[in-house]
Design a protein around this ligand. Structure first.
Ligand SMILES: Nc1ncnc2c1ncn2[C@@H]1O[C@H](COP(=O)(O)OP(=O)(O)OP(=O)(O)O)[C@@H](O)[C@H]1O
Ligand SMILES: Nc1ccn([C@@H]2O[C@H](COP(=O)(O)O)[C@@H](O)[C@H]2O)c(=O)n1
Length: 471
């Protein structure tokens, strides 16, 4: 079955056809003769012509858009393509997409821009469903945008590479997408006779129908990464107000969002004390809890953490939500924590286990794929501290080798979190988190190699605190 090479059926052909029910029966019979055509006809019958105007405009819009696919096993950098007929742009060939060389197919699925909480939730649930229904396919993140108005036009989606051994992948994909009748745009990609790549745009409206076909053209990597624009609009929060807006928006479906919002201190700016605030950061199992506890007793300090205790009971709920909602929760957690820190700093030094740098570093590392060369450049806005958030006096980043960290996780014997498992499995992700930490500015992290015994790490931390804080 090959959606891309089926030409549109005529209306007369349609009249000859029996009911949609009978068609769908045949459709679901792999190997059935005329299977390709039937699939096409099935979608055509169900979709009708009611939306022909919308189709025309979406295919025009489609042609001017740029698509960007996150780094993957075939491409260490994001790859960019379009379908407009620029005079000098070179065609893409299976050299660029080797997975299409053996006659395979690829797909892009874009989610039209709508209310941001709803769109983010749709993106998350669609991603989960695609992974479940197409377990052998590579499902990559994709964004699509208009070059004239990148942030305003940004749409998120997925690029799907089914294995050659999965001939019914497109059928399964369409079955998933049929459940999302509105706002989903499906394109398929296949190799043409002259080694060019074709994009077919499908209309999804109770069914799927091919509406446009264009050659795929290569686009140079833009100077400013659209992936960074995408995270700034969807998972990074640089003000309390912005993060609160998201939880307000989702509070009708997630009642716990109201509880979190109720914990936000309304009076700002915060009234800070004279004692120093010291944050300890690092990947899991680098020794943060061990060090923060030792510092607490050595400095007679208050020990706080982010997210703070008053909202941590809802953490698992927000962890299972879209990146937008999850990160809004952690961002607000930092502001709630800041009010506690400000109060505690009036009576003693304050040690904080994770703060803003954790929220930012994990978000950047999660949303940007590939190696550390794909991270936003040093000094980029994403590494800056939010203007309205209490600024600590010192941030210490603990680093240990991958082997030692994994050894510590195993020795600790506690249940690994999903992210810890990912860190273990995906050393590139770990490197991105650590590198993002190292790029943070104002305040930057001061690094301590936490591989030596605990007593040595403690002495190093105390020396740094003495040097940089008034203690
Ligand atoms: N310097 C050290 N040398 C050897 N083992 C250490 C050292 N520091 C901590 N550990 C051990 O490593 C394990 C992880 O330490 P800890 O719980 O302090 O890390 P963490 O960064 O707080 O982890 P998480 O973020 O996952 O809570 C613990 O078993 C701890 O006893
Ligand atoms: N200020 C924070 C704190 C934590 N996170 C997220 O939680 C994960 C780590 O928490 P641990 O309890 O395991 O230390 C980390 O992966 C972050 O995603 C955060 O975003 N902001």
């Amino acid at each position: 079955m090959d959606l891309a090479f089926v030409s549109s059926p005529s209306r007369n052909t349609m009249k000859v056809l029996a009911s949609v029910g009978a068609l769908s029966q045949m459709l679901l019979t792999p190997g059935c003769r005329g299977h390709k055509l039937l699939l096409q006809l099935y979608f055509y019958t169900r979709s009708g012509l009611a939306n022909s105007r919308r189709m025309a405009s979406s295919s025009l819009d489609q042609k001017s858009r740029i698509f960007a696919v996150e780094p993957n096993i075939y491409s260490p950098n994001p790859f960019y393509f379009t379908c407009s007929r620029g005079p000098s742009a070179p065609f893409m060939t299976p050299k660029d997409w080797p997975m299409l060389d053996q006659g395979g197919l690829a797909f892009s699925v874009c989610i039209a821009k709508g209310a941001r909480v709803k769109t983010a939730s749709l993106h998350k649930s669609l991603g989960q469903e695609l992974s479940q229904q197409l377990p052998d396919s590579e499902i990559l993140r994709l964004i699509s945008y208009s070059p004239e108005n990148l942030p305003g036009s940004l749409e998120k989606g997925f690029f799907i590479l089914p294995p050659h051994s999965c001939p019914d992948a497109q059928k399964r994909l369409c079955k998933v997408l049929m459940k999302y009748p509105q706002g989903i745009q499906l394109c398929s990609y296949s190799k043409g006779e002259e080694h060019e790549i074709w994009q077919c745009l499908w209309e999804l409206n109770g069914g799927a129908k091919e509406t446009a076909r264009s050659r795929v053209l290569r686009v140079e990597e833009p100077v400013s990464s659209p992936f960074v624009d995408s995270i700034k609009g969807s998972a990074m929060f640089y003000s309390l107000e912005d993060a609160c807006d998201v939880l307000e928006e989702c509070s009708s479906v997630i009642p716990e969002a109201k509880e979190v919002l109720a914990s936000v201190q309304p009076h700002r700016p915060l009234d800070e004390g004279r004692f120093p605030v010291i944050v300890i950061e690092g990947l899991d199992a680098t020794g943060k809890s061990t060090l923060t506890e030792s510092l607490r007793s050595h400095l007679n300090a208050a020990l706080l953490k982010s997210p703070p205790d008053c909202i941590s009971q809802w953490r698992t709920i927000f962890d299972s939500e879209s990146a937008l909602i999850k990160r809004a929760y952690y961002a607000i957690g930092n502001y709630i924590g800041a009010a506690e820190i400000a109060k505690a700093s009036k009576t003693s030094p304050v040690i904080v286990d994770r703060f803003w740098h954790s929220t930012a570093a994990y978000t950047i590392a999660t949303e940007m794929g590939g190696g550390i060369h794909n991270l936003p450049d040093h000094h980029h806005d994403v590494y800056q501290w939010p203007e309205d958030l209490l600024r600590p006096d010192l941030v210490i980043l603990l680093t240990v080798s991958d082997e030692e960290r994994i050894h510590r996780i195993r020795k600790r014997g506690l249940q690994e979190t999903k992210e810890e498992r990912e860190l273990e499995a995906n050393s590139m992700f770990r490197q991105r988190v650590e590198e993002a930490y190292k790029r943070m500015e104002n305040p930057a992290c001061l690094i301590i190699d936490a591989s030596p015994p605990m007593a040595v790490v403690l002495q190093e931390a105390l020396a740094l605190i003495k040097k940089h804080c008034d203690i």
